[in-house]
Write a protein that binds this ligand. Structure first.
Ligand SMILES: [Mg+2]
Length: 260
């Protein structure tokens, strides 16, 4: 999948729909496409061993739609209905849309869904794996740590939590809001295998997503990322959490993608 193409769709559709969350979607564009390219063993429909993906940070749904389009799973016509009336492509993912298994967007809940899906897989004697993509700020929620405890207790080694660690949340830095550090130590203390990765390095993402758990613990991949990645004036800026671009800003952003 061409990630620049995914970024282009994010920018164009955000502008057309006049909906924000651009910085969040650009932050995870490389991660989402890498989950699809290197992690998920994609099988069609309801195959029992089809891997699952939970976009816990549902407000980055546009990155998921753009990736599904790049994968040939959503048509251009469907993408062009993003946030229009009567569409299934809303600001947050909707499981009625083919290619989406879980409704998300209520922050801090996706890891619980993923842990349940991983436990269900075991009970069904399925080898399917479950990936959950969380924002860093979601780890402010107690429900994340409840799910973390649950997953470790049940030794859900086919569960992988991936964290978009861009160190920003809606209004300011994560350390200024409710500090997460020492972040790796917290996950380790909860019984998880911890990996660290550059969330924009596709080779590194491929290596970590493709590697199964070393033992019987669930795996968390803490991905260091840049919010707004790929567009200079959106990078590391909280402004682009909510804001949509003007015509001039969109044009400049697309020019930057062209010369990358
Ligand atoms: Mg963040």
């Amino acid at each position: 999948v061409s990630v620049d193409n995914v970024r282009r769709i994010i920018l164009e559709q955000s502008k057309r729909a006049n909906v924000g969350h651009i910085g969040c979607a650009l932050s995870v564009a490389d991660i989402v496409t890498s989950v699809y390219d290197f992690g998920l063993r994609e099988r069609t429909g309801d195959a029992n061993d089809r891997d699952r993906f939970v976009l816990s940070k549902g407000h980055a749904a546009l990155a998921l739609y753009a990736c599904l389009h790049a994968k040939g799973r959503l048509s251009r016509e469907q993408i062009d209905t993003y946030c229009a009336d009567n569409t299934l492509l809303g600001v947050h993912p909707e499981h009625a849309l083919e290619g989406v298994d879980f409704c998300t967007g209520s922050l801090g809940q996706g890891l619980s869904m993923a842990a349940g899906a991983a436990l269900a897989a075991r009970l069904q004697h399925s080898t399917r794996r479950v990936y959950a993509l969380l924002s860093d700020a979601e780890c402010n929620e107690g429900s994340v740590w409840e799910a973390a405890m649950f997953a470790a207790h049940f030794r859900l080694r086919r569960l992988m939590a991936v964290i978009d660690y861009n160190k920003l949340q809606s209004l300011t830095g994560t350390e200024q809001t409710i500090g997460l550090e020492p972040f790796e130590d917290k996950w380790r203390a909860f019984g998880w295998e911890v990996r660290r990765c550059d969330g924009h390095d596709h080779a590194a993402l491929a290596a970590t997503f493709g590697r199964p758990a070393g033992g019987d613990r669930p795996v968390v991949v803490i991905c260091d990322t840049t919010k707004g990645k790929g567009v200079s004036f959106m990078e590391n800026s909280v402004l682009w959490h909510y804001r949509a671009a003007s015509e001039d800003e969109l044009a400049q952003a697309l020019r930057e993608l062209d010369v990358r």
